[in-house]
Design a protein around this ligand. Structure first.
Ligand code: SF4
Ligand code: ZN
Length: 326
């Protein structure tokens, strides 16, 4: 590594940026990372002045960096946002309880309001109970749908206009790979772009979608941020793990592969001649679904008269929104 920073030419270089290969000192790296995130927010028109933004806070590196940065950039550039932390407790012993402790530490340091919604409270059961029922496979598929809905419901409860999530460029690239491998054109198009996308009642945005995972780790390290880094106990069985391994191999051969995959999805979203799969609503619970029953209502336990039928399926979406906003 060169002895001096290639940006300021004065301080010793502390790292070589994984995204660009530039040797930078700590201060120049932090400044570049913050400015790039600001530019992504401005270019994508992610926020409007006066909006209430619920930051999906898991306690992991991505959402911790996102929460820290949004507060910093909001103050620096005067976005005029009301920022909140919103966490989902899936009920995964030894994992989520520890990561929520990291969220609470961040809440105390930042002073941002925090709201936690749990699967147990919303649906009547936990991911651990679902995993005991389903076995080791497919837990993430169900958990992802549960979490999406839980974030919506938490955001509605908090009066949020928007949900900001900590998805980074690697997450986006992995999702592109997975959807290519599944031939899922609908998801490829729905998930493209920075702004509101996909299913759900509350618009979402991903301010870190151009940030490389390695740079988020470096940013958290140089800022001394406190986050939880242990993987979920159900993650090793997830299909995403294979896409992640493939992406790491591609990135080793060509570092721009991470960004290229994200851009390819954005370009794909510009194609207007692709036929999109029909989307409707679940016949049981009224939430968005591409099949007669959405993922949650397909869980075998739901048919067995569990609490989930009463708590999840008894109301229409309109009734739920009314209930949560009252
Ligand atoms: Fe849920 Fe899977 Fe994430 Fe664990 S790894 S929190 S089961 S989506
Ligand atoms: Zn420098």
């Amino acid at each position: 590594m060169p002895a001096t920073c290639s940006a300021c030419g004065a301080s010793p270089a502390a790292l070589r940026r994984p995204k660009t290969g530039h040797a930078l000192c700590r201060a120049c790296f932090l400044a570049a990372f913050e400015e790039e995130t600001h530019q992504a927010i401005v270019a994508g028109r992610l926020f409007r002045p006066g909006e209430t933004v619920a930051i999906g806070a898991s306690g992991g590196k991505d959402s911790t960096v996102l929460a820290y940065l949004l507060q910093l950039l909001d103050q620096r550039h005067g976005y005029g946002l009301r920022l909140l932390l919103l966490s989902v407790d899936e009920g995964i012993a030894g994992y989520r309880d520890a990561s929520l402790a990291a969220v609470r530490r961040h809440q105390r340091r930042s002073g941002l309001p925090l709201h936690v919604v749990s699967y147990r409270q919303l649906y009547g059961w936990s991911m651990d109970r679902i995993a005991r029922h389903l076995g080791p496979r497919n837990n993430c598929t169900f958990c992802g749908v549960f979490r999406r809905q839980a974030l919506d419901r938490g955001a509605l409860l908090m009066g949020a206009d928007k949900i900001a999530t900590g998805h980074n460029a690697d997450d986006v690239a992995e999702t592109v790979l997975m959807n290519f491998l599944r031939g899922d054109v609908g998801r490829l198009r729905r998930g493209a772009g920075a702004g509101p996308a996909g299913e759900g009642a509350v618009p979402r945005c991903k301010p870190l979608r151009h940030a490389y995972e390695k740079e988020i780790v470096l940013y958290a390290y140089f800022q001394g941020l406190d986050y939880f880094s242990t993987e979920c106990v159900y993650a090793p069985q997830a299909y995403r793990g294979y896409a992640r391994a493939l992406l790491k191999e591609l990135e080793a051969a060509r570092p721009s592969a991470v960004a290229d995959l994200g851009h390819s999805r954005e370009r794909l979203s510009l194609r207007s001649d692709l036929r999109m799969p029909a989307r409707g609503t679940c016949q049981r619970c009224g939430y968005v679904a591409s099949q007669p029953l959405n993922r949650i209502c397909q869980v075998p336990m739901v048919d067995s008269g569990s609490e989930l039928i009463e708590s999840h399926g008894a109301q229409s979406v309109a009734e739920k929104k009314k209930h949560f906003s009252s």
